[in-house]
Design a protein around this ligand. Structure first.
Ligand code: GLN
Length: 503
């Protein structure tokens, strides 16, 4: 497996590799990993269609080579023959999709998600579906019927969630890039835990058509890659208005993403660091050190950094969980044993079929959330809780937008800690929810943010392993090209932060 899309495309063009060879390599790694002592469990399956699609791509490449039209072909299909990992909640026509839940056992997607059809139009090959927290609810990829995805840096640690499978697949070099989904950090958090880049785009930039809904006003597809350039190119081919998603929007400057340049005008850059995030009680000392390192890198390059006060951020977790869980309760009512997947029918009538299917099909975390969501929406409480959650969200949006009138970037850690050991927070939902402390304001504010691998925790005085630490570069709405180019400047000087190519 090559390290970047650019290297891979060059090798496909000069014939030193084929798309089929890349897919076969992934199948071999997948099979080998399954039988290992501590399986990574990143992929759940490699799609049967992947090899056929790769062979078709190889034929197209060979024909264009014979006709001397390779450059024209790759200009039209910049990802031709490049395989990517998919998350188990994004539809690929004819393939299984389960959201890592028993309730969707046996379900096959009847159509392609728009992000998938656009990637395929650009020539990319959907390689397989990856593990996740059930219905994307979680921060560790432990809440999956398929068992946890391990962290490739240390297999006794969690990969982060909910897009832990997609992220571990990239970090372990089983895939060049991957799709994940974000409702409140599910791409950036695992990217931070596994030491790769993860982007949550502006709400609307990527169509949600064909993506299983969790919290629709927050949900967004995200991209994981080894470099910001490897995120920018797939983003450029997927972004933009989609007839099937009324909330979709065009991404201005998406042409800059095709060949992403590293940012250089640091003297003009004004960066805000929210005081609320620097003063968090649970902020790990090592994460703080890595964060200080990133701040001084920016300062040395001439950027101006200022602390800002945004007290409303203290309420972002509360607001997020109220809104996300309310929307989840409503969205998940469609899994009723009639329309999708599994059905438990003991011949006792529709009401029982509904109750039995759902109590058998959903895992404990999903049930907890449906119960909380419905409770919040019940007439008695919605005034107090749901409306308050919504007004906090509106304030976060307003205050963050106002901040971007003065600043170009919000800089903060991705998570208060690095990856934790498997099982450590499994039975402590509140501790798990607090992992999302620094990520959810981005979804509430609908802005883009990229988690950048910025260093490691130290092992001194700790009975723990040195694990990666991610820092977020968040920008105003539709500033993807800018934040990714700043991240690329970081990458050019730090090369994945020395995180070795794994496997
Ligand atoms: N950890 C958050 C949650 O459980 C985020 C999940 C996500 O972004 N899909 O809701």
């Amino acid at each position: 497996m090559f390290h970047t899309i650019e290297e891979t495309v060059a090798a496909l063009k000069d014939g030193s590799t084929t798309s089929a060879a890349l897919v076969k390599e992934s199948i071999d790694t997948f099979e080998k990993d399954k039988s290992g002592e501590k399986p990574l469990n990143a992929f759940l399956e490699i799609y049967a269609s992947a090899l056929e699609k790769a062979k078709a791509a190889d034929e197209e490449i060979a024909a264009a080579r014979n006709e001397g039209k390779l450059d024209a072909l790759f200009a039209e299909k910049p990802l031709l023959g490049v395989p990517f990992a998919n998350k188990d909640n994004i539809s690929v026509r004819g393939e299984r999709l389960t959201c890592s839940s028993k309730i969707l056992e046996g379900y096959r997607a009847p159509y392609d998600a728009t992000v998938i059809s656009r990637l395929e139009k650009a020539g990319a090959i959907p390689l397989g579906r990856c593990n996740q927290d059930e219905f994307a609810m979680g921060s560790s990829t432990e809440y999956s019927i398929y068992g946890a995805t391990r962290n490739p840096i240390n297999r006794d640690y969690v990969s982060g969630g909910s897009s832990g499978g997609s992220t571990a697949a990239v970090a372990a070099n089983q895939s060049l890039f991957a799709l994940g989904t974000e409702t409140g950090g599910s791409v950036r958090l695992p990217a931070s835990y596994c030491g790769v880049y993860g982007l949550k785009p502006t709400y609307g930039v990527l169509s949600r058509w064909g993506v299983v809904a969790y919290g629709s006003s927050l949900d967004q597809v995200g991209i994981i890659g080894h470099t910001p350039r490897d995120i920018a190119l797939p983003l450029s081919v997927m972004s933009g208005v989609d007839f099937y998603d009324d909330t979709s929007a065009d991404l201005p400057e998406s042409s800059k993403l095709k060949n992403l340049e590293a940012f250089s005008d640091f003297a003009s850059l004004k960066i805000a660091v929210p005081r609320q995030f620097e003063e968090t009680k649970g902020l790990d000392e090592d994460v703080k050190k890595v964060f200080e390192g990133v701040k001084s890198w920016f300062e040395k390059k001439g950027a101006k950094i200022e602390s800002v006060d945004l007290p409303v951020l203290d309420a972002s977790i509360a607001s997020y969980y109220v809104i996300a869980l309310s929307e989840a309760a409503s969205n998940l009512s469609r899994f009723d044993g009639v329309r999708y997947g599994r059905r438990v029918d003991e011949g006792k009538g529709y009401d029982n079929l509904y109750v039995d299917t759902r109590s058998d099909g959903f895992g404990p975390e999903v049930k907890r959330r449906i119960i909380i969501g419905n409770y919040v929406l019940s007439e008695q409480f919605s005034g107090d809780t749901y409306k308050k959650g919504m007004s906090v969200r509106a304030r976060i949006q307003r205050e963050v937008a106002a901040l971007f009138e003065k600043y170009d970037l919000i800089l903060c850690p991705t998570c208060p800690t690095a990856a934790f050991r498997l099982g450590e927070k499994y039975d402590d939902p509140l501790a798990m929810y607090l992992s999302d402390l620094y990520t959810v304001f981005v979804n509430l504010a609908r802005i883009p943010s990229v988690s950048v691998p910025a260093g490691f925790t130290s092992v001194e005085n700790k009975a723990s392993s040195s694990m990666p630490v991610g820092i977020q570069f968040a920008g105003k709405m539709f500033s993807e090209a800018k934040i990714l180019s700043i991240a690329q400047a970081w990458e050019n000087e730090h090369a994945g932060c020395g995180i070795p190519v794994k496997e």
